[in-house]
Design a protein around this ligand. Structure first.
Ligand code: BGC
Length: 522
């Protein structure tokens, strides 16, 4: 039955009528409205949109070097030197956001634009002014802000000192983050310290597909992960202790996670699915909630490291002090008007989730001793080639709306009733066509499964951020991957932003709080 479902998924997923359950029942988009107060936004990242890579005092960052040194690292040989020139055209971006009617804009700050050599010894006032102009323009239009302090673009000067592998980065990042709080605290409605540690560490220091291109799977990606988590925790604690009372905004870390669907109903595959999720989401989620790696990671990596002949686990342990830092402050709670107990608050104010796709997962029957993060989970994952969505710009991009709902339910079960903000979700294609019905179907079906999880499983999702407002520089996909609500005509030097049908659809959802033409009254 499961196999049968899989075979027909490929033709059904784009319409969103496939379901991972055994009965493969038809799925109807929900007619329930979004909860009251639910917020909608769009997201971008500095390197993907700003351009102006060496203008007005900005220093180089490691993605500049990554593509300048080896242009073929981007599929189309391009880079983000100009991107969509938001450094000069940010008012155009904001006009698009106003047209769509978003509540907030998730944008990132370029570390090397603010601090060209990465340190607070040398502040680039023109870079600071740029962000103030953007914030003021947003404020004038009533658009709130979600500000990401770090979206992958490490100043080259810090990379040359070891980057995310050097524990000094915990202080370098904390200093930079504190400066951002001071400079932009009055403009930020919420803060994200770091975007997607998995991509930073596994992509950049594990498989090396991302900057800085270091290949050390299962070793250096773990060192990076530890430093990223501690850098986040330190920056979060600074916010919590010194700036929260002044500005009030919430602050957290963005974790990206796919859904991992057990490939059979067996107990082994259910455990394999949970284990994989612990290696993907729990690797970052558990430390910021509970102060340590998930138990299954500690156990698996220690076991395999021993069998592989390492003297100690490849997964670096957190000291007691570090665990305390990650666990955040002790928070008194009031019981019957007396302070009788304490809870550990963790270093997050809400969970920020980026989600795109789903994999199948199977328990491994034979041990594999290759040194890698992937093999440390002791499971096999796959996507059936016929299930890959053909117009997608990225090979792994399979449209599986129900995976989104299942991931949200898993998070509710694993971490409890924590507020969740979707900080990225969207779909890329290679075409950039204006009649992008596929993107509309994607949004409708993904959001429908999210709403089901909210209404049926009491998952506390309070906001949804669509990736992205306009087609932009999609990292190693260059300009081939187009995910925007607006098409950018790159052959026109003015880089005009032109609305696709999906911009109108998203705008309608925001107005009506409903995914279809008519929703139930709440
Ligand atoms: C990243 C974005 C990227 C998006 C789409 C996320 O992993 O945060 O920068 O453009 O995925 O691929």
């Amino acid at each position: 039955m499961r196999l049968y479902s899989l075979l027909i998924i490929s033709t059904l997923v784009v319409l969103g009528i496939a379901d991972g359950d055994d009965d493969n029942k038809n799925y109807n988009v929900t007619n329930r409205p979004f909860p009251k107060g639910f917020k909608f936004g769009v997201a971008t990242a500095a390197y993907q949109i700003e351009g102006a890579w060496n203008i007005d005092g900005k220093g180089p960052q490691m993605w500049d070097d990554f593509f300048h040194e080896t242009p073929s690292r981007a599929f189309d040989g391009s880079n983000g030197d100009i991107a969509v020139d938001s450094y000069h055209l940010y008012k155009e971006d904001i006009r698009c956001m106003e047209e769509v009617g978003v509540d907030y804009y998730r944008l990132s700050l370029s570390w090397a634009r603010i601090l060209p050599d990465g340190t607070t010894d040398n502040i680039n006032q023109l870079g600071v002014d740029y962000y103030i102009k953007v914030f003021e323009a947003l404020e004038a239009k009533g658009i709130k802000t979600m500000v990401t302090i770090y979206h992958w673009d490490l100043p080259s000067a810090l990379h040359s000192k070891g980057g995310w592998l050097n524990p000094d980065i915990i202080n370098w990042f904390a200093d930079y983050a504190e400066l951002c709080y001071k400079l932009f605290g009055k403009y930020a409605d919420s803060w994200i310290t770091i975007n997607e540690p998995k991509q930073i560490c596994h992509g950049g220091y594990g498989i090396g597909a991302y900057a800085p291109g270091i290949v050390s799977n299962g070793i250096k990606d773990y060192i990076c992960a530890k430093n990223v988590l501690l850098a986040h925790a330190k920056a979060w604690r600074i916010w919590d202790e010194k700036y929260r009372k002044v500005y009030g905004a919430k602050n957290t870390l963005v974790i990206d996670s796919d859904w991992y669907e057990p490939s059979t109903n067996s107990k082994e595959d259910a455990i394999a699915s949970d284990t994989k999720l612990q290696f993907v989401h729990g690797m970052y989620g558990n430390p910021v909630v509970n102060g340590n790696w998930p138990d299954v990671m500690i156990k698996n990596v220690a076991d395999l490291s021993r069998k592989q002949g390492f003297n100690e686990s490849r997964l670096p342990a957190f000291t007691e002090e570090e665990q305390k830092l990650l666990k955040g402050r002790i928070q008194p709670i009031m019981l019957t008007l007396k302070i009788t107990s304490c809870i550990i608050a963790g270093t997050y104010d809400f969970f920020a989730l980026n989600h795109y796709t789903t994999y199948m997962v199977k328990a491994r029957t034979q041990e594999i001793l290759t040194v890698s993060w992937d093999d440390d989970s002791k499971v096999d994952i796959y996507q059936k080639s016929e299930d890959i969505w053909k117009p997608a710009a990225i090979d792994w991009f399979r449209i599986v709306p129900w995976g989104f709902g299942k991931l949200l339910r898993w998070m509710r079960k694993t971490y409890g009733n924590i507020e969740i903000v979707i900080t990225e979700n969207g779909v890329s294609d290679k075409t950039g066509i204006l009649k992008d019905q596929t993107r509309i179907d994607f949004l409708r079906n993904y959001m429908s499964h999210m709403l089901d999880a909210i209404h049926e499983a009491d998952v506390n999702v309070t906001a949804y951020t669509l990736w992205t407002i306009m087609d932009n520089f999609e990292w190693t996909l260059g300009y081939i991957g187009k995910s925007g609500l607006y098409y950018v005509n790159r052959t026109d030097p003015a880089l005009p932003r032109i609305p696709k049908d999906s911009a109108k659809y998203y705008s309608k959802i925001i107005k009506t709080k409903c995914l279809i033409d008519d929703c139930l009254n709440e």
